[in-house]
Structures are given as C-alpha cells and as structure tokens.
Design a binder for this molecule. Structure first.
Ligand SMILES: CC(=O)SCCNC(=O)CCNC(=O)[C@H](O)C(C)(C)COP(=O)(O)OP(=O)(O)OC[C@H]1O[C@@H](n2cnc3c(N)ncnc32)[C@H](O)[C@@H]1OP(=O)(O)O
Ligand SMILES: CC(=O)C(=O)O
Ligand SMILES: [Mg+2]
Length: 368
C-alpha cells in the first residue's frame, strides 16, 4: 500500500534512472533463522562457507557487536566472503545473503551501503537497517539504493528490512512498513528498544521473572482475603504488545515480521519458548546469534507434521472451501480453512528447500 508521501501512480517507479523495477510483491523465501556473524572475526568468518545450505539466511553484521575499530574490516570481510562463496545469496540461492548496516546517523552507514552494493550488490538479498524511526529513514535508503543499483547495473532490487528498536519506530510502525516497495520485513530489537523506552530489563530479549500476574488470594467464610497464603504466579511476555503490533503492520503491508535476538545462548529451552510465541503470533522467523540457535529456529518456524496433517485433512474435507463440516468433533468452515491454508502453504515453501522436512511432509500424504 503506497505511503501518504508518494502518490499511488509513482509508488512502483524506480527512484533513479537505470535502477531495477521495484517488486509488486515481496517474494516468500523461507527465512526461519537469520544467522548473524561478524565478518571481521576470523574464526566466525571461516565457518560461514560451510553453513551455506543449512541455514535460510546468513547475515553479515556490521553494526552493534562489531567493535568500532573493526567496522572497516567487517565491511571488507563481508565482501570477501560473498566473492569467495558463489552459492551464497542471489535469487536462486538456498541460503540468502543479508547484511545489517550501521545506523544511518553513524560515520559508517554511507560507506557500508556504497561498498556493499557496488561490490556484491548482485548477491545481496536484503539490507537490514537498524534504529529506524520513521518513513523518512526508509525513503533515504530507498533513493540511495536506487542510485547505487543503477550505477552498478543491477537487474534486481535489493530489499530493505527495518529493526524496530525505538519508541518512535514503534509509534510509526505502519508508515515504516508501507514506506517503499523494497520493504521486506521487520525485526524486534529488544535491547535498544528496552533502553529507549526506559524499560527495566537488562536482558537481550526473552521474559523477566518480575513481569507477572498473581493468582487472587483465597477468601475465608467471612469474606476476608488471606494475602499471606501461597499463590501461583504466571510470568508474562514483555514483548507481546510490540510483536503483535509488528505482525499487524507487516500483514497489512504484505511483508514479513520476525522475532529478534535471544541473548541467553545457554538457555535453549527459554529461547525455544520465546521463538514459538513469535511463530504462533504470526512471525515467519527469528535471529540466531550462535550456531546452536539455528536448529531451534528451524524446528520452531516449520509447522509440525501434526499441524500439516490436520491442515490437509481440513482442506480435503472442505471441498470447494465453503460451508461447515465436523472433523474429530470440531467445526471447520471457510475461516478455519483459511487458517489451515496458511499452514499448508508454509509447509510447501519449506519442503521446496528442506529435503528432511519434505520427506516428513510427503509421508503424511502416504498415510492419509
Ligand atoms: C542486540 C543485538 O544487536 S543482537 C545482534 C548482534 N550480536 C551478534 O551478532 C552476536 C553474534 N554472536 C557472537 O558474537 C558469539 O556467538 C558470542 C560472543 C555470543 C559467543 O561467542 P563464543 O564465546 O565464541 O561462543 P562459543 O565458544 O560457544 O562458540 C563456539 C564456536 O562457534 C563459533 N561461533 C560463535 N558464534 C558464531 C556465529 N554467530 N556464527 C558462526 N560461528 C560462531 C565460535 O567462533 C566458536 O568456534 P570454535 O569452536 O572454532 O572456537
Ligand atoms: C536486535 C537489536 O539490535 C537490539 O535488540 O537492540
Ligand atoms: Mg539494536
């Protein structure tokens, strides 16, 4: 949907003479795990070529977590890795190549974009822009990318992904999503967002034991509450509101929402829970900061065999897709069929790139 600042007739016009035609629809490419690496870290960088094919997205991170002294080495390291790994990135690759550039007000962002588009623009699928505050940030990147694409003679537009990590960014989430046909998706930035909002968590993503609701106290025969009695508490999700807003804004604009980082690398159980909450709420993927988080993300963001089996059964039972039927004691109708089709379509997309999942999903058809 065009943003208010550009008339509908101009929304899909290239922003520079010779730039590729913007896409009318963001391609639905699997991106369960966006795996972060620091291209200036030799040990990490050496592992990247072998990871191609086993993770949906490899992202060369140039922003936070890369030391200021290493910014240029990281940028050049990413160029070197892309040039030495031809199967990484580009429209037909099994593993997409993304980058997170430095913030637009930093001394590095301009050189990040200029170097990467010029040197490896044909391989770069998505540029993640941190600390996006409003549509004006996307408009700046949009025009600059168009100029650089034209200069580099690129045939395919590079897409843009915004991190939501300021209060103003959250307040402007809808206009950010609709600011350009390049917009591919949004990720949650829980660390910067917590700081900007003056939240009192020092964790990178995940829950907090203090954010809870408590069971009501028991009441005696005289109607007096016993506040000292033991009562259950239920931890709540600090990020529910923001993720729900992101999901709605992305769905409205036909782009994709993602959870972000889960900083407690050792707590794989809570990591899986947080990822699953995001999956259930509508996110299509998440970040992986450490190799051990890739398998968690791939598992969580792939529909289970049980869910796919159920979805296919409903699809078969619903015939032309209208009316109501009973299946296993439950009502299914036009609307629940649509829910099931979300599951079936995702399973088909993932099966196309993941042979193990394909085998599992194909086996369902044999049993049906
Ligand atoms: C709030 C935000 O902005 S989040 C996004 C920014 N943060 C990041 O990108 C962090 C990325 N991840 C990392 O920097 C690291 O994983 C750390 C610092 C968290 C942990 O690193 P380590 O202490 O080296 O972890 P660990 O010892 O378990 O690593 C095991 C191996 O995996 C490698 N490894 C660790 N992380 C990664 C990674 N992201 N990608 C590839 N390889 C990795 C290590 O180099 C190490 O290799 P080795 O066995 O040859 O020695
Ligand atoms: C993801 C990120 O950049 C943050 O949490 O700040
Ligand atoms: Mg951040």
């Amino acid at each position: 949907m065009p943003s208010a600042s550009r008339p509908a007739k101009d929304f899909f016009r290239p922003l520079a003479v010779g730039a590729p035609q913007p896409l009318h629809e963001v391609p639905a490419r699997p991106s369960r795990a966006i795996h972060f690496f620091d291209p200036s870290n030799q040990k990490m960088a050496a592992k990247i070529p072998a990871m191609v094919g086993s993770v949906d997205v490899l992202l060369g991170n140039l922003e936070d977590a890369v030391k200021a002294d290493n910014k240029e080495a990281a940028r050049q390291g990413l160029v070197d890795i892309a040039q030495a790994t031809p199967e990484l990135g580009g429209p037909d690759s099994k593993t997409q190549l993304w980058t997170r550039v430095n913030a637009l007000d930093s001394p590095w962002a301009l050189d990040d974009l200029t170097t990467l588009v010029t040197e490896i623009g044909d391989r770069l699928d998505v540029v993640m822009v941190p600390k996006v505050q409003g549509a004006e940030d996307i408009h700046y990147v949009d025009r600059l990318l168009a100029q650089l694409e034209a200069k580099a003679g690129l045939q395919r537009p590079i897409l843009v992904h915004a991190i939501l990590e300021t209060a103003r960014g959250v307040a402007n989430v809808e206009e950010i999503c609709g600011a350009s046909p390049r917009m591919q998706g949004l990720s949650l930035g829980p660390a910067d967002l917590a700081a900007d909002r003056r939240m009192k968590t020092t964790r990178v993503g995940g829950g907090h034991p203090g954010y809870l609701v408590r069971q009501d106290p028991p009441v005696n025969d005289l109607g007096v509450s016993d506040h000292e009695a033991p009562r259950s508490t239920y931890q709540q999700d600090l990020w529910h509101y923001t993720i729900a807003r992101m999901v709605d804004a992305c769905a409205m604009h036909g782009i994709y929402p993602y959870y972000g980082p889960f900083g407690d690398i050792t707590d794989v159980v809570a990591c899986e829970d947080q990822f699953r909450n995001a999956f259930l709420l509508g996110c299509v993927g998440t970040w992986s900061l450490h190799p051990k988080q890739i398998a968690i993300a791939n598992r969580v963001f792939s529909p289970s065999v049980e869910d796919v089996r159920h979805a296919r059964r409903v699809k078969a039972a619903m015939g032309d897709g209208t009316g109501a039927v009973m299946l296993d004691g439950k009502m299914e109708d036009d609307a629940s069929l649509k829910q099931c089709l979300v599951m079936v379509e995702l399973a088909e997309q993932l099966a196309a790139i993941d042979p193990e999942l394909k085998e599992q999903y194909d086996a369902i058809e044999l049993e049906a």
